[in-house]
Design a protein around this ligand. Structure first.
Ligand code: SF4
Length: 290
């Protein structure tokens, strides 16, 4: 890993860690849209049993919630961490220690939640953690708005990619999450992730070892463009792809007073999304009940 570190630092020196390409010098703590400097910032590190079954396993996923986000979703259910940036600034050495502690506590994996904008810090921390004996799989749990350059630097390091595919149209992505060209960047990222790790591989104990798991949250009024998301995955990734379809949307943060986002998803809307998923032959994964 160490030989690739200069390339990672280049990406953060004029920040292009994500497709927003703010080009600020994060090493000098200049701030871009994500508002996070050079050191890692985290909110919690715990064993978590509420992820998808092969990620949580039977002992829990070693979940590290990174503070801040490169998206600005109006409905974010984690908004105190992602948008209000509640958390603690730490060092890469401490981040490495958090990983090792989770491994000692029996975590099946280290699950980086919202890692994209803190990739450089995570990378440095992993170099330290590996020297001290970290050996469990790494889960990259992101909003799916990724820089291809950075993703390529994760090749051979990340074991399990668990990105969102949030939108099937750019209009919603811009209005709701304040991001441009989400579909282009998300699709390139999904293809690269699939190339690196392939279809999700689950062992005899029911625990994921490696592979791709895509999450999709259905939004009210089909604002997520669910059908188009499934079409792309089925036709251009693989029909074997594991998908976690989620019904849990509720209006949080800035969505509470929004004319389209103020309500939960209706049963009929969710049924249509399930029908589209099945219609494209995507049978692997989990459908959250409504
Ligand atoms: S990671 Fe943050 S600073 Fe870097 S390009 Fe993305 S939003 Fe901008």
């Amino acid at each position: 890993m160490e030989e690739k570190l200069p390339k990672v630092l280049d990406l953060v020196r004029s920040c292009t860690l994500c497709p927003r390409e703010c080009e600020v010098n994060r090493i000098e703590n200049e701030l871009g849209v994500c508002q996070i400097g050079f050191n890692p910032v985290y909110s919690s590190a715990n064993l978590h049993l509420g992820e998808e079954p092969p990620i949580s396993g039977y002992q829990g996923s070693g979940t590290i919630f990174l503070t801040g986000c490169n998206l600005n979703c109006m409905f974010c259910q984690n908004y105190p961490i992602s948008q209000l940036r509640n958390g603690n600034i730490i060092t890469v050495k401490i981040l490495a220690t958090l990983m090792l502690d989770l491994q000692d506590r029996g975590a099946h994996n280290i699950n980086f939640v919202t890692p994209t904008h803190q990739n450089a810090a995570i990378y440095q921390a992993l170099i330290i953690a590996y020297k001290k004996g970290l050996e469990i799989p790494l889960v990259y749990n992101s909003g799916g708005y990724e820089s291809l350059k950075m993703l390529k630097l994760w090749d051979g390091i990340i074991d399990i990619y668990m990105p969102d595919s949030k939108y099937g149209n750019d209009e919603s992505a811009l209005k709701i999450s304040n991001i441009k060209e989400y579909t282009k960047h998300n699709r390139l990222a999904l293809k690269e992730m699939q190339r690196q790790v392939g279809v999700l591989d689950i062992d005899d104990r029911g625990v994921a070892r490696r592979g791709l798991l895509i999450r999709h949250l259905v939004l009210p009024g089909d604002l997520a463009g669910s059908r188009e998301v499934f079409r792309f995955i089925a036709e251009e990734i693989s029909k074997e792809t594991y998908i976690s379809l989620m019904s849990q949307y509720f209006p949080a943060y800035k969505a509470t007073g929004h004319k389209l986002l103020h309500r939960r998803v209706k049963r009929l809307e969710y049924d249509e999304a399930v029908e589209a998923l099945e219609g494209y032959g995507l049978g692997n994964g989990w459908i959250q009940p409504i």
